[in-house]
Ligand binder design. Structure first.
Ligand code: URA
Length: 238
């Protein structure tokens, strides 16, 4: 694929901007400045730099972000900055969107992609992708609450009960809750339904993925092979 087309596909701007980046000597492959927009490269696995920023070619953008508190998952945020403001411009140009939403005060693992079909697949309750939430509660968590969360509670917008796939106490006032669907404010409403109240909420796992050492506000590429999500061993720069 021509290098100008590679830059364009990765979100570095329209074709004229990408040709300009090359002509200005701002693009390097393997440390060598590439100035000819027509030079061909095998895109799969290609690592390159644009104005000093390392980049890895990805046919589809799929990444995880350690969402900090105080940002909204909406593209048109109302009260706080969007999570998209934490990503470099090429990802925003590619139109990545959160896979489901976390509340403004929820922290943790947020997946984002530019693949609409994948968003549908990962958020559909039919596919039962487990998500683990670490929940801090106002009141002590007791066995009766755990049993009710596992048996199913009825929320105000649907008569069908929603069940946790797993619910384990992790401290006097805390639990780890595994859900396979993603209804609006689901954890908060489920805890309210059993007479408790969520004070802190952190998503620690999404499918087989966990945050590892990814710091709040940072992101990392993710790959999907045979329905398994796996971080790519390459991290963003400052
Ligand atoms: N459930 C909630 O209540 N809030 C979140 O952010 C995620 C799940």
């Amino acid at each position: 694929m021509r290098i100008a087309q590679i830059l364009f596909s990765q979100g570095f701007g329209n074709r004229r901007v990408c040709v300009g980046l090359l002509q200005l000597g701002l693009v390097r492959v393997g440390g060598r400045v590439v100035g000819d927009p027509h030079e061909d490269f095998e895109p799969e696995g290609l690592a390159f730099e644009v104005d000093g920023q390392p980049w890895l070619y990805q046919a589809r953008a799929l990444l995880m972000l350690h969402k900090p508190a105080g940002c909204e998952c909406s593209q048109k945020p109302r009260h706080h900055p969007s999570v998209l403001s934490l990503l470099p411009p090429p990802l925003r140009t590619r139109g990545v969107q959160p896979v489901g939403r976390l509340d403004e005060d929820t922290t943790g693992l947020l997946l984002l992609t530019d693949d609409g079909a994948l968003i549908h697949r990962l958020t559909s309750p039919k596919h039962h992708v487990p998500k683990v939430y670490e929940v801090g509660c106002k009141h002590p968590v007791d066995d009766a609450q755990l049993a009710r969360l596992l048996a199913g509670v009825v929320l105000d917008d649907d008569p069908a009960p929603v069940r946790a796939a797993a619910a384990e106490r992790t401290g006097e006032n805390s639990l780890a809750l595994t859900l396979t669907e993603g209804k609006y404010h689901q954890v908060k409403r489920m805890l309210a339904a059993v007479g408790n109240r969520v004070e802190t909420l952190h998503r620690s796992r999404f499918g087989g993925l966990s945050l590892g050492d990814l710091a709040p506000g940072r992101w990392r590429w993710v790959e999907l092979n045979d329905h398994r999500l796996k971080p790519v061993g390459w991290c963003d720069t400052d």
